[in-house]
Design a protein around this ligand. Structure first.
Ligand code: HEM
Length: 465
């Protein structure tokens, strides 16, 4: 019996060793960057997800700043060289296009910004920029966000809030108000439910079988498209102006912005909701966490916001000058993005064989422009693991070449300012109205995404009285 078991184990070891070796030999082409490819099909996904940043650091120690692996179901080159990463982000026209997963492309639609290149990308990007430009924020979006945050946050006193969940709702409702003046009621409810399914679907394996997240995502897309089509038809039939993004997209009198067809408008609206969802909500959650743990930073932030309140009556909306005077708040947001690494990097895909640093990256391979490590560079950020927003007050770190939290090149985040406004206005109302204490066991996962799997619970109480 023992001999049989030993035989089976030995057999398994030989088969596994053979498979690993075969997979390495398969990729041993001349000129590829060094690295390991793991198991056939599965690659090194397991090690990547389990070890996270340590996997990246260990491989870099073995192979250097540019190495090959097999993750996200695809042969991939990881680039941890700051200069080369900048080059990759700046050179889309040389065959370095976005490389996001198929599930995302299927569910977000063929006009979603990540799916289009060249002139089509230019059209969709300028339409997006027109909607969320600093002027649009100043004149239309900021008053809406301010009004929304006031009412959303008004009754949190003496409640236990899961800020992980609540920050997602916050973004979603605020986005729906900006896009189509939808706030509450059955329409908001359906849009929210379907958008959540859509978002989950984009992060799943593209298996279109009833019950899978992917299939639910595809169904959710169909419902959202139909809802938006109806909304567009209603708007066309009505003579009342709504002063929201949808109205602006449907108006044909402005020759400075691209004229989109309905399919493009719908994909643009979905992209807008999608792009801010995880980034803005995670940033809100983590600012709440870091400010909770650092009373000095919270005090300084509150002073900044009380000074703004002093200049206004309680019902006055925040305006552009108020926002521009929130220097410490901006520093808190940047420090949060850096310390938590809300975005680890961006994905690209090669459209042809490319030469890079003396290596060949074959056509169709992914490139993971991995920026996490420079967030903790002690030469740029002394005591890199300390939450220290003041570091952004004295140095112009926002313009530092390693500041890639919002990407770079032709795909630099067009929603950067809108995202910062959203978090700043939240902090203005939240921190001046309430104090908060973390309650219960709150676990935070930092990789591959920042999340609180069981929620991040805080007990909220009125600051005064
Ligand atoms: C804290 C908030 C945010 C962070 C950290 C962030 C980060 C990023 C990053 C790293 C990219 C580059 C992706 C790439 O190169 O492949 C990006 C692109 C993009 N972001 Fe943001 N983002 C934020 C908020 C927003 C918001 C609020 C919106 C829109 C309402 C938005 C819309 C977009 C769009 C449309 C793109 C694609 C641009 C293109 O491909 O031309 N983002 N963002």
């Amino acid at each position: 019996m023992v001999a049989l078991l030993l035989g089976i184990v030995l057999g398994l070891v030989v088969v596994c060793g053979g498979l690993l070796r075969w997979n390495e030999v398969r990729y041993r082409k001349k000129g590829l960057p060094p690295g390991t490819m793991g198991w056939p099909l599965i690659g090194e996904n397991f090690e990547f997800l389990k070890q996270g940043p340590s996997f990246m650091k260990n491989q870099r120690a073995r192979f250097g700043n540019l190495f090959r692996t097999h993750i996200f179901g695809c042969p991939t080159v990881i680039c941890m060289d700051a200069e080369l990463n900048r080059y990759i982000m700046m050179n889309e026209s040389k065959g370095l296009v976005p490389g996001y997963p198929q599930s995302m492309l299927d569910i977000m639609g063929k006009w979603n910004i990540a799916a289009v290149h060249g002139p089509q990308h230019k059209t969709m990007r300028s339409a997006m920029l027109a909607l969320i430009s600093p002027t649009a924020i100043r004149d239309q979006l900021l008053p809406k966000i301010d009004d929304f945050m006031r009412s959303y946050l008004c009754n949190w006193n003496r409640k236990v809030i899961d800020i992980h969940e609540e920050s997602k709702e916050l973004w979603l409702h605020s986005a729906l108000k900006m896009i189509a003046n939808v706030e509450t009621g059955p329409m908001a409810k359906i849009l929210k439910t379907e958008t959540m399914k859509l978002l989950e679907g984009t992060l799943s394996l593209p298996i279109n079988f009833p019950g899978t997240s992917y299939s639910r995502g595809i169904q959710a897309r169909k419902k959202l498209v139909s809802l938006l089509e109806n909304l567009i038809a209603e708007r066309r039939a009505s003579s009342t102006a709504q002063f929201d993004m949808l109205d602006s997209l449907l108006r044909k009198d402005d020759t400075t912005k691209p004229d989109l067809n309905d399919e493009q408008i719908i994909d643009l609206v979905l992209t807008l909701i999608y792009s801010g969802f995880e980034t803005v909500s995670t940033t809100i959650m983590m600012t709440v966490k870091y400010l909770h743990d650092d009373p000095k930073a919270l005090e300084e932030l509150r002073n900044e916001h009380f000074a703004i309140k002093k200049r206004k009556t309680p019902s006055d909306a925040l305006d552009w000058n108020d926002y521009k005077s929130m220097a410490f708040t901006r520093a808190v947001i940047f420090e949060t993005l850096r310390l938590a690494t809300v975005v680890n990097g961006v994905l690209r895909k090669t459209t042809e064989d490319l030469n890079m640093e003396g290596f060949v990256i074959p056509k169709g391979w992914k490139i993971y422009v991995y920026g996490r490590e420079y967030n903790y560079d002690p030469f740029v950020y002394p005591e890199p693991f300390k939450f220290n927003p003041w570091r952004y007050m004295h140095n112009n770190l926002e313009s530092h070449q390693n500041f890639t939290q919002f990407g770079g090149g032709g795909r630099l985040c067009p929603g950067k300012e809108l995202g910062i406004v959203e978090v700043s206005v939240f902090l203005h109302h939240f921190a001046t109205k309430y104090s908060w204490k973390e309650v219960g066991e709150n676990k935070l996962v930092k990789f591959p995404r920042v999340e609180a799997p069981n929620g991040l619970h805080i007990h909220v109480a009125d600051l005064i009285g």
